[in-house]
Ligand binder design. Sequence first.
Ligand code: FAD
Length: 534
Amino acid sequence: MAARRVAIIGAGASGLCALKCCLEEGLEPTCFERSKDIGGLWRFEEHPEDGRASIYRSVIINTSKEMMCFSDFPIPDDFPNYMHNSKIMEYFRMYARHFDLLRHIRFRTSVCRVSKRPDFGSSGQWEVLTESEGKQEAAVFDAVLVCSGHHTDAHLPLSSFPGLEKFEGCYLHSRDYKSPQPFLGKRVVVVGIGNSGIDIAVELSHAAKQVFLSTRRGSWVLHRLANSGYPFDFSYISRFTQLLQNLLPRNIISFFLEWKLNARFDHTLYGLKPKHRILEQHPTINDDLPNRIISGRVMVKPNVQEFTETSAIFEDGTREDIDAVVFATGYSFSFPFLEGFKVVENQIPLYKYVFPPDLEKPTLAFIGLVQPLGAIMPISELQCRWATRVFKGLSELPLRQDMEADIEQKKEAMAKRYVKSQRHTIQVDYIPYMDELACQLGVKPSLLTLFLTDPKLAVEVAFGPCTPYQYRLRGPGAWAGAREAILTQQQRVVRALQPQACRHARSSAAPHTLTVLFSIAMIAATLIYVSLSP
Ligand code: FAD
């Protein structure tokens, strides 16, 4: 029997698109959200509730608006390309209003337990126990979408830092960092060089007396702005560049990317050069760090070897007096409400990061449990489109052993490619992963058909940014506005910068033209290199 009633856990970005997909498929969703509002991580609050991911006041997203929007709901022209969290919330509210989602959400309601019904083998049903204002309630659902996020449990490896117990200053995890004011005039160590670590170090450096950015292994630092100031992801995440990545040896691609980053600032000179290659880490993006380093406001340091009452001793033997430490040491994830599911070393075996392979019935799906080289929102949305079709029995999962083989193969590939870290357990490459999901659903754009029937669109799909609208051109859930959205995507990027520009204003060369030219130069250089090598 096909599932009808669906429980959705969480009303962040993933929960919102889950609701919309359920409604689109004629399912009956109920979304449980433990806080009082939508938005999940992106809704800033000085004192967020326990169990909800939390950001600092100034967070601006690192994925640009055309790449992060839901696939049938473009972000308005006049919204900035990289949005502040308040603007992201504005977009989520527009989305929720437009698709009339709010009336399906039960706010201030936590899901405490999700367990299989005794007849799960035949019904596939779940019992969902919720708690709201001290009152517990149980209800039966045909399927469950877990949209509870993976940036909630602060990973604070205190035991790796001897002496911290006697440190007399204050220390906190980046989850609890809200703004630089409390650090005014202080000497602060930021531990960790992921996106949060660098962002916080840069922000603190405007207020603190001195900031030390401590890193175990360094990092390649990408920037938001690519050629001509276009958003980085908009310029580089395209089917054409993906093809190059598939064709060229990884070393060559790394060499060119690293060369390009070093041309902006030499990572060795700035003390940031890691031992690993650029494609072996989750990207770190920041435009301001080199400026703060060259002006001495941020000093790069190796790992902290030990804390004393008043100072940090680093692995290079240097010692700095400090007043505070911010641990930007990442997150781990867990699903305490899910009976019978264990996360081990930040890993949970899921077919295509969505379905547990060992359930008698495929009525449970995890949404947004990925760390993409790109935006999470369109991925969550495509996962939901697939999951709801599976719930309805319109799409079938492979046999258990085939799913497990796929999971194992992905795990091995990830371990081989990335530096070993708990940060790298759910990594996906944006286009390959989106295409994989799209194939399950039958919505992957067919370039051949497009070139034969609509060459103008085909060129934009092949060489332009791989925006989410591409997955609405055909198949279930096709959207009549997708073609227009693709053909006008660059205008929306430009109009955010030039609000007065008339609708058909031409801007400088399209960013992907420059990317294509750069790529051709890259191929030519590779061929010359190969032909000259002995
Ligand atoms: P969340 O936003 O975490 O929402 C989960 C929701 O579930 C919350 O509202 C929570 O209250 C609710 N919930 C949890 N447990 C329960 C329960 N038991 N019962 C009821 N409700 C529950 N992603 C990008 O794509 N681009 C970026 O540039 C980017 N930058 C980031 C920067 C920072 C500092 C951080 C921490 C993350 C960033 N991310 C970024 C990742 C971010 O997680 C996603 O963008 C997005 O928020 C994921 O949405 P979600 O709905 O899956 O999870």
